[in-house]
Design a binder for this molecule. Structure first.
Ligand SMILES: *Cc1c(COP(=O)(O)O)cnc(C)c1O
Length: 451
């Protein structure tokens, strides 16, 4: 009986997969925040190295993974693929459930998959320092790990509510040599402005992005890195799905349904888009399920429109599913899913009907996570609990219909740094945080107008 499929280092994919090459309808252009016309490389070069700007607009199906990056990947890749046989039994479903486990990385999530190549390309182009933001700390700690590997300094603006709730993530960043600043901070003009208006502000990803971007553009040899949303980030994460495809092939399996949780869309893209691209190329069917929190429901309740990526309205405008860049989601525990927008590629594919989004509340999601932990022995990150919930729901639908479908989901991280969330859940202190309808309506009424 096979439970776990391991690949050897030699079997690790050596190229990233870029879905842009297989899109029948191209992505809408990214617009300059002031001019409202399409951005060019010169607009982005203060923020990103040229190689990443090139990948952002690349139409090449495959992009070579540099050898230096492959060598660091080998610290934790290829990651294992598991068959969740115990969970199948608990659910009494005829479905087969497979999951790819990204919790084996140095920081316990999929984020190093893009942090490592981003740090590498910056180093190659002479960058001395990076700035970034982080929500729950997953991205900040992953980039801290990668920057340390390539000798780059790093300043991380961490959303204040998480900075206070998750001191261990901060310690992890500091262990790898990064500086971690609670956002909003007095180190930037936007931070000062927000604190003047609301000294009690607990921050948001949108605010932290503004701070990191502001600090980056003020300094010559400093660039900025983003852990999700952008095309090149989704491309780097394709290593997950490509590995899963090889692993499933070894077991003579192919998924009917692929499930992932969506904050900015990168881990979902990582597991799902290599399969979607293949289905485009051979005209086959595949069902993709993007699972989001019902307290920050950008795909299911947001508007598909041009919007800013940050609260300070400094970033370029992208067409995406958005709740409005001024929307501050309630403080639920899946910090990595508290973002007002969505990756333009995921939004585009959802709009074309290739992805079906589902939203679940915090309590339902933790219940699913505990069921999974008891069955399989891994405690998922609160974000990953959303993917678990989506997979369980799909398996239960198979039970109802008697279909023995194959389900693949991404267990994008472990929850070892998030045990307070589990403590709160067991103490009945977790609530189904409701977003405020009127706040979303207000944030959406402030969407920028484009010609
Ligand atoms: C950051 C993070 C997410 C959300 O980001 P995506 O880009 O949607 O993947 C989800 N899960 C974990 C464990 C994360 O660290």
């Amino acid at each position: 009986m096979i439970i776990k499929t391991q690949l050897s280092e030699k079997e690790m994919p050596t190229k990233f997969y870029n879905i842009s090459a297989d899109l029948k309808e191209p992505l809408p252009p990214v617009l300059h925040p002031g001019r409202k016309d399409p951005v060019g490389p010169d607009d982005l070069s203060p923020l990103f190295p040229m190689e990443l700007i090139g990948q952002e607009v690349s139409q090449d199906r495959y992009i070579e993974i540099p050898e230096e990056v492959q060598n660091i990947y080998k610290l934790y890749r290829p990651s294992p693929l598991y068959r969740a046989r115990n969970l199948e039994k608990v659910l009494d479903t005829p479905a087969k459930i497979f999951y790819k486990y990204e919790g084996v990385s140095p920081t316990g999530s999929h984020k190093p998959n893009t942090a490592i190549p981003q740090a590498f390309y910056n180093k190659k182009e002479g960058v001395k320092k990076l700035t970034t933001e982080t929500g729950a700390g997953q991205w900040g700690s992953s980039l801290a790990f990668a920057c340390n590997k390539f000798g780059i300094d790093l300043d991380v603006y961490m959303v204040k509510v998480s900075f206070n709730q998750k001191p261990y993530r901060r310690a992890l960043m500091e262990t790898f040599g990064a500086r971690c600043i609670a956002s909003p901070s007095i180190e930037t003009e936007i931070g000062q402005k927000i604190l003047a208006e609301n000294p009690e502000s607990t921050g948001s990803l949108g605010i932290a992005i503004s701070e990191a971007v502001e600090q980056c553009v003020k300094s010559e040899s400093t660039k900025y890195a983003l852990g999700s949303v952008l095309n090149h980030v989704l491309t780097h994460q394709s290593i997950i799905g490509q590995e899963a495809m090889i692993q499933l092939e070894k077991e003579d399996e192919y998924p009917d349904i692929v499930v992932g949780c969506t904050g900015g869309g990168s881990n979902f893209a990582g597991i799902a888009l290599p399969f979607l691209g293949k289905s485009f190329r051979d005209n086959s069917d595949i069902e993709l399920k993007a699972i989001e929190p019902s307290a920050c429901p950008s795909l299911t309740k947001g508007k598909y429109a041009y919007d800013f990526g940050d609260t300070g309205k400094m970033t370029p405008l992208t067409k995406m599913h958005t709740l409005g860049s001024e929307f501050v989601p309630p403080g639920f525990h899946a910090g990595g899913l508290r973002y007002h927008g969505m990756a333009p590629i995921i939004s585009h594919l959802t709009n074309l009907g290739h992805i079906s989004p589902e939203a679940y509340s915090q309590l339902d999601v933790f219940k699913a996570g505990v069921t999974f932990a008891k069955a399989e022995g891994i405690i998922p990150a609160p974000e990953a609990n959303h993917a678990v919930k989506g997979a369980i729901e799909a398996a239960l639908r198979c039970k109802e219909s008697g279909e023995n479908k194959t389900i693949l989901f991404n267990l994008c991280g472990h929850g070892h740094f998030d045990m307070q969330a589990y403590i709160d859940y067991f103490d009945n202190k977790l609530f189904d945080d409701k977003y405020s309808e009127s706040e979303i309506a207000m944030a959406l009424s402030g969407l920028p107008s484009v010609g």
